[in-house]
Design a protein. Sequence first.
Lengths: 246, 246
Amino acid sequence: MPPLPTRCAVDIGQLRVACSSCSLRELCLPAGFKAREMERIDGLVDQRRRVRKGEHLYRAGDPLTALYAIRSGFMKSCVLHEDGREQVAGFHMMGDLLGMDAIGGGHHMSDTMALEDSEVCEMPFTILERLSREFPPLQLQLHRVMSREIVRDYGVMLLLGSMKAEERLAAFLLNLSQRFAVRGYSPTEFNLRMTRQEIGSYLGLKLETVSRAFSSFHQHQLVEVRHRHVRILDPGGLKAVLGPVR
Amino acid sequence: MPPLPTRCAVDIGQLRVACSSCSLRELCLPAGFKAREMERIDGLVDQRRRVRKGEHLYRAGDPLTALYAIRSGFMKSCVLHEDGREQVAGFHMMGDLLGMDAIGGGHHMSDTMALEDSEVCEMPFTILERLSREFPPLQLQLHRVMSREIVRDYGVMLLLGSMKAEERLAAFLLNLSQRFAVRGYSPTEFNLRMTRQEIGSYLGLKLETVSRAFSSFHQHQLVEVRHRHVRILDPGGLKAVLGPVR
DNA sequence: GGCGCTTCTTGATATAGGTCAAATCGGGAG
DNA sequence: CTCCCGATTTGACCTATATCAAGAAGCGCC
């Protein structure tokens, strides 16, 4: 655990946040809101919260208080079996909305932890509910985000249920690449924020298998990997790993 | 394809349906609605629709028109890879709500097919949206159902990502058992509506492996299986397969 | 009531990925 | 700058599950 340069762990206080002037707006609230409408949304984010690397945003069992939009940083969500086995259920980056697992039962059903120092916007759920009632585009947006999470989950099932190791890793890299691209980062060169172990957990593989798959890609000139740094040399080739050309 | 005893395939017409008098009410709409509130909900179900065994309720690519509540029968949802590989993403029975995968993009992202003759209540999505805005308990219920689907998906990821073959099958049987119990059926004796192949797809296993796991359970006196008929002899033993006693 | 197709079971064998082990690399702490 | 520990890579070997194959058992259909 690194000593903390500033005093306290978790929050950076009551500073009001305006979604209307947030650079991530198109990610969080892609629907076409008019200026006057945006003002209403501004009441939604109660406060920002800082989560340091290794800290939890929430844990399984915590009561639902808010949903969270990632402003910066990188996080993972895990579900855990009683016997301690843990399964990474997703990796999250800026613009992603977290916490929807808690709506059903009032308590979070997964752990979410920062993989690097991160900042989230906290949206109290009661306010979100009320605003989305009064303001149809927000309602639609919330439904869309939850639906997309379901679709994403189906994709992970497909990956876990019917792909081989190298296909899984290729799918994983292409997914990361695409998400970085959407956020304005390079789709071909980035740093992984997670360990091989965490990638393996997400993909249903052991860390050694992940490592070997990386090496194989490297040999085939598909990617250049040095530890956490990845450069995709041949995106088409990677896609071909996924769906061998027919 | 069996010849159809009645003429047309899919719908049984405009007969208005009243949720308020539906025996499945507690499954679809578990929140405590008052009588006067229920009347409003009655406008939600546009019509019933009959889906025969082997027919699709919707397919990937179909535009979103409605969400569906299963009134009777049994269905499966599948996602498919371009190359034809198909992954069963879920099995559904009465009271389950279907179609939420289409909200995000306006089109369904999975196929849903009846595994036996079934009947669903069709809830036009626009009406659902409007009603849930005007009527907070319904909004809450919709959010809950979507959230629970997300949590269910996390459970499937855990299963696919970190369990062995027999653990997966035990988890599957216990899950079915519990869902039958909630619906008032025997939790220890039931008929499977799906093939070994479909179970295998759902669990990320080949049909032979599913068959062997059944045989193994049979040998260990945990269940009695004859083809599609299952009787759980030792629920505790099955749970122990999942989480070996520690 | 028999036929034929699909589903299921079971056995033999192959293999992808897991497990165990060791060496190397890097990055943070002091 | 150096030490130390966790992360990563790589190799050797093993095992759970897939694959291939052959019957057997149901079930719908005629």
